[in-house]
Design a protein around this ligand. Structure first.
Ligand code: GLV
Length: 345
């Protein structure tokens, strides 16, 4: 007899201890090795499945959904979801979810680690030491910028931005400025220890600027040559959001010519490719998109994706009580309008 359970595809090896128990409830198709799926392969994989758990590396749009008649849910393992065309998913009646909250503190930790490593020249110092250059030491070797008592700027003041503000204000005695689409309530500003600033003031006054805003058409290359020119030449820039927010060639040029002191980058416009102009610089700390990469947090992210998926499939109770849905209203409205009962288990 045919298996009547929903079919679920998992696009990459994730955390087995969280994924494997799904076999009790769904027909599970896993991926054994890390795979760079082509757009065509993604469309092929989504055909005939009811749900998918995917990572930020898989881009899902109308072309991938075209033949996915049974698809009810895409559970994205990651808080950012610029890899999803949410309008196309909604129009197809496909629920989508992300993994906010569980990664907030871990990602704020990494943002602060990059800030400190860039400002205090940690990785550059280590390379110098390993290269056997300590014999060339002078009193002025590896002079960096102070973190305590300096001005921390945060662009994008969601949950992760607020976590970074708390660390700066309460841990390091920093003056914290932020800019965001909407201003935080006064009580939240007081609690995280941050003051609102216009974008130009934020750029001009920050000794260390951390980017934590979502990547959208409006934020594409927001930090370009003209924005960088407004920053202090002694400043540090940290990007833990998305690579496309920064014009990387303009950044490399500013770093190479002393118009910006240092940078810490966890995200890149063409990742996993990193521009040679950045790789050639000594004053940039480069990490491979590891913002949420602690074991505990990665487990929690996969668990949240599983919870979203099961709720959307109606396996774990009434659909769709998803803990972190992105488009529930729009997707369900599209289902109702098309009278597509097949997506309501
Ligand atoms: C990581 O970049 C995420 O969005 O979770």
């Amino acid at each position: 007899m045919a298996d009547a359970r929903p079919v679920v595809w998992v696009s990459q090896p994730l955390i087995d201890a969280v994924i494997e128990p799904l076999r009790a409830q769904v027909e599970l198709i896993t991926t054994d090795a890390v795979t760079a799926w082509t757009q065509e392969q993604l469309a092929e994989r989504l055909r005939g499945v009811d749900g998918a758990i995917i990572t930020l590396n898989e881009r899902i749009g109308a072309a991938q959904l075209a033949g996915a008649d049974r698809l009810q849910v895409i559970a994205n393992v990651g808080v950012g979801y610029n890899n999803l065309d949410v309008d196309a998913l909604s129009a197809a009646g496909v629920l989508a979810s992300n993994t906010p909250d569980v990664l907030t503190e871990t990602t704020a930790d990494l943002g602060f680690a990059l800030l400190m490593a860039a400002a205090r020249r940690i990785t550059e110092s280590e390379r110098w030491l390993r290269d056997g250059q300590w014999g060339q030491w002078s009193f002025q070797t590896m002079l960096g910028a102070d973190i305590h008592g300096s001005t921390l700027g945060i662009l994008g003041m969601g949950r992760i931005g607020q976590g970074i503000a708390r660390r700066g204000a309460h841990g390091f005695g920093m003056r914290v400025l932020y800019h965001n689409r909407s201003r935080l309530p006064a009580a939240t500003e007081a609690e995280v220890g941050a003051q609102y600033a216009e974008l130009d003031a934020l750029l001009a006054q920050s000794d260390h600027l951390v980017l934590v805003l979502p990547y959208t058409a409006a934020s594409h290359h927001l930090i370009n040559a003209s924005a960088l020119a407004k920053m202090k030449p002694t400043a540090t820039l940290v990007n833990i959001a998305r690579g496309g927010i920064v014009d990387e060639l303009a950044l490399a040029d500013a770093l190479a010519h002393g118009r910006l002191a240092a940078a810490g980058l966890d995200v890149y416009e063409g990742e996993p490719q990193v521009r040679p102009e950045l790789l050639a610089l000594r004053n940039v700390v480069l990490t491979p998109h590891i913002g949420s990469a602690s074991l505990g947090t990665r487990k929690a992210m996969v668990q949240l994706a599983v919870d979203n998926l099961l709720a959307a499939l109606g396996v774990a109770g009434e659909a769709p009580r998803m803990p972190s849905a992105i488009n529930a209203d729009a997707a369900l409205a599209a289902r109702a309008a098309s009278g597509d009962e097949s997506k309501k288990r």
